[in-house]
Design a protein around this ligand. Structure first.
Ligand code: GMT
Length: 378
């Protein structure tokens, strides 16, 4: 069945925007008509995608508005696109505000457009604790026709935190295999002043507090005490100045490369022996999948959805939050022999290719759409 699908996400850099955009592109390649409705063009969309359309939400900056009403303008745009393009589905990424805008749009249109809401994490694990928003988040989830979450742990947290009993289906994230694959590049290695003997450790994030990048630096310091190593820090965010200071204090300036936001992440990941994600909140950890797709084992914390992605001792290791000695030991264990490391790399690639393969996940979303549309009138 060919469908007309509206997709709304936060279009800037960030896991949820990436997943929503890649999903839309994949659905369009399968023949569906995909309409992105968002404040700006999703950065991964590109110009020449067949079957995809972009509808910009332009917020009125009228001076009487102290807070410009993005959520209402979005609802208005959603309703307009549903009516004009005859959409079957509005698939929104984030319960708040997107599910609420979709609910409003549904009241405004002439047809029974179905709302699918995908929960990505922060909308529940951070905003869900805010009493000024929690009732509205619950309402958005309850009013959706179907709800998915990117890990089983996020399903559990949503139920517990918001006392929700309705079905929520786990649909895992995926990566674009044409972007993320082992892409070793000697030139990139040389440009970063990395030599063959260096143990290369990487971390990719938006440097928010929840990512605990300070733990990554401290764990790296313990590794550095044992052997020569380089840490690649990829990304930017509010904690970056604090992390720069910490690197100075720990006398690691010669060994840490601050690379900022990068387009060629696969090439940088492919240089690393091990990647680290030591977050205190993480519903899935898309960067884990990106690293694994480049053949890099990952050491992550026993938090949120991370243990659903990394198979402990096979494609990486799971350590308790803040247990930095275990992180050090896990990293050193990954590279204890070239054969062991090669085995872990293969396990990481296999894992992404089976359980998190793009075709499998996109087909899962199509299945959610079809089931929801068939439930019409129930
Ligand atoms: O982690 C972030 O800071 C960004 C956030 C987002 O909105 O993109 O990421 C969330 O969604 C990603 C895609 O589903 C997940 O991989 C991340 O784990 C999740 N972040 C958190 O749960 C903190």
């Amino acid at each position: 069945m060919t469908l007309k699908i509206g997709i709304t996400c936060y279009p800037t850099v960030g896991g949820s925007g990436i997943v929503a955009t890649e999903l839309g592109k994949a659905l369009a390649q399968r023949g569906h008509e995909v309409h992105f409705i968002s404040s700006s063009m999703p950065f991964r969309l590109g110009d020449d995608q067949a079957n995809t359309y972009f509808h910009e939400v332009e917020v009125n900056q009228y001076s009487v508005f102290r807070y410009p009403p993005y959520d209402l303008t979005l609802a208005n745009k959603m309703a307009e696109v549903v009516n004009r393009e005859d959409l079957d589905i509005l698939h929104v990424h984030y319960a708040i505000p997107h599910a609420i805008s979709a609910y409003l749009a549904k009241q405004m249109v002439k047809k029974d457009v179905k709302i699918i809401t995908t929960l990505h994490g922060t909308d529940i694990t951070v905003l869900g604790y805010d009493p000024s928003l929690s009732d509205l988040i619950r309402f958005g989830i309850e009013q959706s026709d179907a709800v998915t979450a990117v890990s089983t742990d996020l399903v559990r947290q949503t139920r517990e935190l918001l006392s929700i009993t309705r079905p929520i289906e786990t649909v895992y994230n995926f990566v674009d295999h044409s972007i993320y694959y082992p892409k070793f590049c000697k030139q990139t290695m040389d440009s970063l002043n990395i030599i063959d003997d260096d143990l290369v450790v990487s971390h990719v994030s938006n440097f928010r507090k929840v990512k605990r990048v300070d733990d990554t630096v401290r764990a790296f310091s313990l590794i550095r005490n044992k052997r020569k190593a380089v840490l690649l820090l990829i990304g930017e965010g509010p904690e970056l100045p604090v992390i720069r200071q910490l690197v100075k204090e720990l006398d690691l300036e010669d060994d840490v490369r601050f690379l900022g936001n990068q387009r060629k992440i696969a090439e940088l990941l492919s240089l690393s022996h091990v990647s680290l994600l030591l977050s205190e909140k993480e519903s899935f950890g898309l960067v884990i999948l990106e690293a694994m797709a480049c053949g890099v084992p990952v050491v992550g914390t026993n938090i949120g959805g991370i243990p659903e992605v990394i198979e402990h001792g096979v494609s990486g290791y799971i350590c308790e939050l803040g247990d930095l000695a275990s992180v050090r030991d896990a990293v050193l264990d990954c590279v204890r022999t070239p054969e062991h490391h090669a085995g872990m790399k293969q396990a990481a690639l296999r894992r992404v290719d089976t359980d998190f393969h793009k075709d499998r996940i996109v087909a899962h979303y199509e299945d959610v759409y079809t089931k929801t549309l068939q439930a019409k009138g129930e």
